[in-house]
Design a protein around this ligand. Sequence first.
Ligand code: G3D
Ligand code: MG
Length: 204
Amino acid sequence: MGVHRVVEVAQSLVFGLVALVSSPPHVVLVGLDSSGKTTALLRLKYGQYVNAVPTVGFNCEKVRCGGGQWLVWDVGGAERVRPLWRSYTRATDALIFVVDSSSGPDRLEEARLELHRLTRQQNHECLALNRARPPLLVLANKQDLPGAKDTQQLAKALGLPDLPQPQAWAVAAACAVTGEGLDEAMAALHHLLLKTKKTHKTRK
Ligand code: G3D
Ligand code: MG
């Protein structure tokens, strides 16, 4: 068994145990390295800016925002650890893909490829288990930076309209440093989650 596989199995076990003892919906933050995942998580947790160190492994916090409580997992986004995203997202209730809105075309294309790879995998797993596809919120972070793209430009650049149906998605603009937009983003995710649950129930 490869090291990646061992880590994946161990993480799935931890994830399963935490799921058993905690009731709030699980949400996983993924996205390329330096997009602002940890800053966003710490901002949601502490209500203030905390300088994040590069994530080794993952962070997990229970937070209250957007009209509900969440268990938020923040997973490293460096290229070598991206294969591990799958073990975190397999059983999650919702997904947040954080993007640096000021990224150039190459980084945005890299983000698009990773996002589509992840949602394809999730699609297969959810079909096999007859589970609802977790809703996707794209967090258009770093809106304070010059040249930051707006939500429509990012939806297009990330190919969100091309995601296979039924995939509930939304894009929300934010700045994790000031916290602007984060609560609205979580409220939008809450709304998507309720919608997804309702749609899945009526399809069954
Ligand atoms: P990651 O967890 O996705 O890898 P981090 O990203 O949260 O570690 O953030 C990477 C860098 O981006 C950090 O700067 C952080 O302060 C910055 N950052 C996060 N969100 C924003 C934002 O909304 N606006 C701006 N301007 N910067 C942001 P450093 O300098 O510590 O690397
Ligand atoms: Mg991080």
